[in-house]
Design a protein around this ligand. Sequence first.
Ligand SMILES: Nc1ncnc2c1ncn2[C@@H]1O[C@H](COP(=O)(O)OP(=O)(O)OP(=O)(O)O)[C@@H](O)[C@H]1O
Ligand SMILES: O=C(O)C1=C[C@@H](O)[C@@H](O)[C@H](O)C1
Ligand SMILES: [Mg+2]
Length: 170
Amino acid sequence: MVKKSIVLIGFMGVGKTTVGKEIARKLNRNFVDIDHVIEREFNMPTTEIFKEYGEETFRKKEKELIKRYTQHRKLVISVGGGAFLQEEVKYLCLSSAVVVFLNISWDTWKDRIYFLTRTRPNLQGKSIEEIKQLFIERQPIYKDHHIKIDTDNLNIGEAAYKVINALGTI
Ligand SMILES: Nc1ncnc2c1ncn2[C@@H]1O[C@H](COP(=O)(O)OP(=O)(O)OP(=O)(O)O)[C@@H](O)[C@H]1O
Ligand SMILES: O=C(O)C1=C[C@@H](O)[C@@H](O)[C@H](O)C1
Ligand SMILES: [Mg+2]
Protein backbone atom coordinates (compact mmCIF):
# COMPACT_ATOMS: atom_id res chain seq x y z
CA MET A 1 0.00 0.00 0.00
CA VAL A 2 1.22 3.53 -0.84
CA LYS A 3 2.86 5.37 2.04
CA LYS A 4 1.90 8.80 0.74
CA SER A 5 -1.19 10.51 2.06
CA ILE A 6 -4.42 10.05 0.14
CA VAL A 7 -6.28 13.21 -0.85
CA LEU A 8 -9.93 12.94 -1.83
CA ILE A 9 -11.33 15.49 -4.26
CA GLY A 10 -14.69 15.92 -5.97
CA PHE A 11 -17.85 18.00 -5.99
CA MET A 12 -19.68 18.91 -2.76
CA GLY A 13 -21.62 15.97 -1.45
CA VAL A 14 -19.91 13.27 -3.52
CA GLY A 15 -18.81 11.60 -0.26
CA LYS A 16 -15.26 12.82 0.41
CA THR A 17 -15.90 13.09 4.14
CA THR A 18 -17.97 9.95 4.66
CA VAL A 19 -16.01 7.74 2.26
CA GLY A 20 -12.72 9.24 3.49
CA LYS A 21 -13.50 8.29 7.10
CA GLU A 22 -14.27 4.75 6.01
CA ILE A 23 -11.03 4.47 4.00
CA ALA A 24 -9.04 5.72 7.00
CA ARG A 25 -10.77 3.21 9.28
CA LYS A 26 -10.10 0.33 6.90
CA LEU A 27 -6.43 1.34 6.40
CA ASN A 28 -5.92 2.21 10.05
CA ARG A 29 -4.80 5.72 9.15
CA ASN A 30 -5.65 9.08 10.64
CA PHE A 31 -8.35 11.05 8.86
CA VAL A 32 -8.28 14.82 8.35
CA ASP A 33 -11.23 16.73 6.96
CA ILE A 34 -9.96 20.17 5.91
CA ASP A 35 -13.47 21.75 6.10
CA HIS A 36 -13.79 20.54 9.69
CA VAL A 37 -10.34 21.83 10.67
CA ILE A 38 -11.24 25.25 9.20
CA GLU A 39 -14.52 25.27 11.15
CA ARG A 40 -12.64 24.37 14.32
CA GLU A 41 -10.08 27.12 13.82
CA PHE A 42 -12.77 29.76 13.23
CA ASN A 43 -15.03 28.15 15.80
CA MET A 44 -18.02 28.56 13.48
CA PRO A 45 -19.70 26.66 10.62
CA THR A 46 -18.58 27.25 7.03
CA THR A 47 -21.77 29.18 6.22
CA GLU A 48 -20.91 31.67 9.01
CA ILE A 49 -17.27 31.95 7.92
CA PHE A 50 -18.44 32.86 4.39
CA LYS A 51 -20.88 35.45 5.80
CA GLU A 52 -18.50 37.02 8.35
CA TYR A 53 -15.16 36.90 6.54
CA GLY A 54 -15.96 36.03 2.91
CA GLU A 55 -14.92 33.16 0.66
CA GLU A 56 -11.44 34.58 0.07
CA THR A 57 -10.52 34.26 3.76
CA PHE A 58 -11.90 30.71 3.77
CA ARG A 59 -9.77 29.85 0.71
CA LYS A 60 -6.64 31.32 2.30
CA LYS A 61 -7.08 29.19 5.39
CA GLU A 62 -7.92 26.16 3.23
CA LYS A 63 -4.64 26.55 1.33
CA GLU A 64 -2.61 27.04 4.51
CA LEU A 65 -4.04 23.86 6.07
CA ILE A 66 -3.65 21.76 2.92
CA LYS A 67 -0.03 22.90 2.75
CA ARG A 68 0.44 21.75 6.34
CA TYR A 69 -1.29 18.38 6.12
CA THR A 70 0.11 17.29 2.76
CA GLN A 71 3.56 17.37 4.39
CA HIS A 72 2.47 14.34 6.42
CA ARG A 73 2.48 10.80 5.12
CA LYS A 74 -0.10 8.07 5.64
CA LEU A 75 -3.06 10.38 6.23
CA VAL A 76 -6.42 10.26 4.52
CA ILE A 77 -7.32 13.88 3.73
CA SER A 78 -10.68 15.07 2.53
CA VAL A 79 -10.43 18.52 0.98
CA GLY A 80 -13.35 20.86 0.26
CA GLY A 81 -15.18 20.65 -3.06
CA GLY A 82 -13.66 23.97 -4.14
CA ALA A 83 -10.09 23.41 -2.94
CA PHE A 84 -8.78 22.62 -6.44
CA LEU A 85 -9.96 26.03 -7.67
CA GLN A 86 -6.57 27.13 -6.31
CA GLU A 87 -3.77 26.03 -8.63
CA GLU A 88 -1.25 25.98 -5.78
CA VAL A 89 -3.43 23.60 -3.77
CA LYS A 90 -3.77 21.35 -6.79
CA TYR A 91 -0.01 21.32 -7.30
CA LEU A 92 0.70 20.65 -3.60
CA CYS A 93 -1.66 17.68 -3.53
CA LEU A 94 -0.59 16.16 -6.84
CA SER A 95 3.10 16.42 -5.99
CA SER A 96 3.01 15.06 -2.46
CA ALA A 97 -0.01 12.75 -2.17
CA VAL A 98 -2.14 10.31 -4.12
CA VAL A 99 -5.12 12.29 -5.39
CA VAL A 100 -8.33 10.32 -5.71
CA PHE A 101 -11.20 11.93 -7.60
CA LEU A 102 -14.59 10.72 -6.43
CA ASN A 103 -16.85 11.08 -9.42
CA ILE A 104 -20.65 11.20 -9.45
CA SER A 105 -23.19 11.82 -12.20
CA TRP A 106 -25.60 14.72 -11.98
CA ASP A 107 -28.55 12.29 -11.88
CA THR A 108 -27.22 10.60 -8.74
CA TRP A 109 -26.04 13.84 -7.18
CA LYS A 110 -29.32 15.73 -7.51
CA ASP A 111 -31.09 13.28 -5.16
CA ARG A 112 -28.66 14.35 -2.39
CA ILE A 113 -29.38 18.04 -2.64
CA TYR A 114 -31.66 18.21 0.42
CA PHE A 115 -28.87 16.93 2.70
CA LEU A 116 -26.49 19.57 1.45
CA THR A 117 -27.98 23.04 0.96
CA ARG A 118 -28.20 23.95 4.65
CA THR A 119 -24.46 23.53 5.23
CA ARG A 120 -22.87 24.42 1.89
CA PRO A 121 -22.77 28.21 1.32
CA ASN A 122 -22.05 27.85 -2.40
CA LEU A 123 -25.34 25.98 -2.89
CA GLN A 124 -27.49 28.35 -0.88
CA GLY A 125 -29.96 30.61 -2.69
CA LYS A 126 -29.39 28.82 -5.99
CA SER A 127 -32.03 27.19 -8.17
CA ILE A 128 -31.56 23.58 -9.25
CA GLU A 129 -30.57 24.83 -12.73
CA GLU A 130 -27.91 27.11 -11.23
CA ILE A 131 -26.57 24.25 -9.11
CA LYS A 132 -26.42 22.04 -12.18
CA GLN A 133 -24.48 24.80 -13.92
CA LEU A 134 -22.01 24.96 -11.01
CA PHE A 135 -21.71 21.15 -11.06
CA ILE A 136 -20.80 21.30 -14.77
CA GLU A 137 -18.46 24.28 -14.36
CA ARG A 138 -16.56 22.59 -11.54
CA GLN A 139 -15.77 19.36 -13.43
CA PRO A 140 -12.57 20.68 -15.13
CA ILE A 141 -10.91 21.43 -11.77
CA TYR A 142 -11.02 17.72 -10.88
CA LYS A 143 -9.50 16.49 -14.13
CA ASP A 144 -5.95 16.35 -12.70
CA HIS A 145 -5.79 13.35 -10.36
CA HIS A 146 -4.05 10.00 -9.98
CA ILE A 147 -7.12 7.81 -9.56
CA LYS A 148 -10.76 8.30 -10.57
CA ILE A 149 -13.52 6.35 -8.88
CA ASP A 150 -17.08 6.34 -10.22
CA THR A 151 -19.29 6.22 -7.15
CA ASP A 152 -22.74 6.01 -8.78
CA ASN A 153 -24.61 2.97 -7.43
CA LEU A 154 -22.02 2.34 -4.71
CA ASN A 155 -22.77 2.70 -1.04
CA ILE A 156 -20.20 4.30 1.27
CA GLY A 157 -18.48 1.01 2.17
CA GLU A 158 -18.34 -0.10 -1.47
CA ALA A 159 -16.89 3.24 -2.57
CA ALA A 160 -14.20 3.02 0.14
CA TYR A 161 -13.39 -0.54 -0.90
CA LYS A 162 -13.09 0.50 -4.56
CA VAL A 163 -10.65 3.29 -3.63
CA ILE A 164 -8.49 0.92 -1.56
CA ASN A 165 -8.45 -1.62 -4.39
CA ALA A 166 -7.37 1.05 -6.86
CA LEU A 167 -4.61 2.23 -4.50
CA GLY A 168 -3.22 -1.28 -4.58
CA THR A 169 -2.75 -1.02 -8.35
CA ILE A 170 -0.49 2.05 -8.42
N1 LIG B 1 -21.87 6.49 -1.80
C1 LIG B 1 -22.86 7.12 -1.16
N2 LIG B 1 -24.11 6.63 -1.20
C2 LIG B 1 -25.12 7.28 -0.56
N3 LIG B 1 -24.99 8.42 0.16
C3 LIG B 1 -23.77 8.93 0.23
C4 LIG B 1 -22.64 8.33 -0.41
N4 LIG B 1 -21.55 9.09 -0.17
C5 LIG B 1 -21.98 10.12 0.59
N5 LIG B 1 -23.30 10.02 0.83
C6 LIG B 1 -24.12 10.96 1.61
O1 LIG B 1 -24.07 12.24 0.94
C7 LIG B 1 -23.98 13.30 1.86
C8 LIG B 1 -22.75 14.14 1.56
O2 LIG B 1 -21.57 13.35 1.81
P1 LIG B 1 -20.22 14.02 2.32
O3 LIG B 1 -20.49 15.02 3.39
O4 LIG B 1 -19.28 12.91 2.65
O5 LIG B 1 -19.75 14.79 1.02
P2 LIG B 1 -18.45 15.67 0.76
O6 LIG B 1 -17.91 15.22 -0.54
O7 LIG B 1 -17.55 15.60 1.94
O8 LIG B 1 -19.02 17.14 0.59
P3 LIG B 1 -18.29 18.56 0.84
O9 LIG B 1 -17.33 18.82 -0.27
O10 LIG B 1 -19.37 19.57 0.75
O11 LIG B 1 -17.63 18.50 2.18
C9 LIG B 1 -23.97 12.65 3.26
O12 LIG B 1 -25.29 12.70 3.76
C10 LIG B 1 -23.52 11.23 2.99
O13 LIG B 1 -24.02 10.32 3.94
O1 LIG C 1 -17.28 23.54 -3.39
C1 LIG C 1 -17.13 24.51 -2.60
O2 LIG C 1 -16.99 25.66 -3.01
C2 LIG C 1 -17.12 24.24 -1.15
C3 LIG C 1 -17.22 22.94 -0.71
C4 LIG C 1 -17.24 22.56 0.71
O3 LIG C 1 -16.53 21.35 0.89
C5 LIG C 1 -16.63 23.66 1.58
O4 LIG C 1 -15.22 23.69 1.44
C6 LIG C 1 -17.22 24.99 1.25
O5 LIG C 1 -18.61 24.91 1.52
C7 LIG C 1 -16.99 25.38 -0.23
MG1 LIG D 1 -16.87 17.02 3.27
